[in-house]
Design a protein around this ligand. Structure first.
Ligand code: NAP
Length: 319
């Protein structure tokens, strides 16, 4: 079977399509024929070795990508509701060596969820990491309620474009921050107002926000404080080590000094949030804006993603 992999950390130039032995699932595992793999910034960060110091993290040879959708083609035995022919989606843990840019993978039964008929494989593979982060941030951390005001920084990106749609669904007034080229895209997602950050600085606004969701970590709690309500929260994604540490420290300081909060999101990437995402997608609340690519185009996709100016999602078609 073919799989996109790398044998040492490096730039996308180290990616190769390897021919591997067919997999056979052990008890408790399903063999999945993959149809689509969703790309995320974490995938190129792993490729470059930026996470190599994370405990339990396994180095190359490794496969590429975590998020996937496909169809079960074999079961390894043991009690399960799973069945051959079932369409499923999921996301591999980033610690292991398996990647979703592969013809087949073997996954534990409990790390798969069933796909409803209405959701195609490309849409499903776009959801887990980016959609899960947006949903967890706005719903579980911010508890965004109808009528509240939310500022989404990086509104055109993978996480941000889901965040705009989720925030509108929850009845929020959404002010979206993006560059000039994405203003129309973000408006079409449903944003009430759009701020082009190359012309206007959101921290100088006179209005206040219950939530500032900083998806690319382009700002900070101390910058956002001025535009937060007295009990508002600033949430970021810990895009790099510095912003993760800064958000964690801000979280402590904010607790001690005010009612405002700073929250670094660490996604609980598993079946409960995937089911919630699928439910929202099935109801038409959120739709991934996807550029579909082939395995051969992943290197260029990573190069583009590393500039920090992604629009929507990039999904690799594998079938
Ligand atoms: N903590 C977690 O569990 C978790 C989970 C998922 C993702 N993440 C992290 O979250 C970050 C965002 O992920 P993503 O998938 O959304 O990335 P993405 O698709 O590349 O989107 C990033 C967005 O940021 C915008 N941007 C760049 N510079 C900006 C600036 N100065 N001001 C405002 N917006 C700016 C870009 O828009 P323009 O082109 O319009 O500038 C782009 O749309 C990544 O670092 C990722 O690793 C963390």
């Amino acid at each position: 079977m073919r799989a996109l992999r790398y044998h040492r950390y490096g730039s996308p130039d180290v990616l190769e399509i390897d021919e591997l032995q067919e997999l056979s699932p052990a008890a408790g595992y399903a063999k999945v024929r993959l149809a689509a793999a969703g790309l995320n910034p974490v995938d190129w960060k792993i490729l470059e070795g930026r996470l190599r110091f994370v405990p339990l993290f396994r180095g190359p040879p490794r496969g590429v990508a975590c998020d996937f959708a496909g169809t079960i083609v074999g079961l390894g035995g043991g009690a399960t509701e799973r069945h051959v022919g079932e369409r499923v989606m999921g996301s591999l843990l980033p610690f292991g060596r398996d990647g979703a840019c592969s013809e087949y993978i073997v996954v534990a039964y409990e790390r798969l969820v069933s796909l409803p008929r209405e959701i195609d494989d490309i849409q499903a593979a776009a959801l887990p990491l980016a959609g899960g982060t947006a949903l967890q941030a706005l719903s579980d951390h911010a508890h965004l309620a109808a009528g509240q005001r939310v500022l989404v920084i990086g509104a055109a990106g993978g996480v941000g474009h889901f965040a705009v749609q989720i925030a509108k669904h929850r009845g929020g007034h959404v002010v979206a921050v993006c560059s000039a080229t994405n203003v129309e895209f973000v408006r079409q997602l449903g944003a009430d107002e759009v701020v082009d950050y190359t012309r206007d600085d959101f921290t100088q606004r006179e209005d206040r926000f219950d939530v500032v969701f900083d998806t690319p970590c382009a700002s900070s709690f101390s910058n956002a404080k001025r535009v937060l309500t007295g009990s508002g929260c600033y949430i970021n994604t810990g895009a790099d080590t510095a912003s993760a540490i800064s958000a964690a420290m801000s979280a402590v300081v904010a607790r001690l000094t005010s009612r405002q909060r700073a929250i670094p999101v660490i996604l609980k990437n598993g079946p409960p949030i995937w089911r919630r995402l699928l439910d929202l997608a099935r109801k038409g609340v959120m739709h991934a804006h996807v550029r579909t690519i082939s395995m051969n185009e992943v290197g260029d996709a990573f190069r583009a993603m590393a500039t920090g100016h992604g629009r929507g999602k990039q999904v690799v078609r594998l079938d």
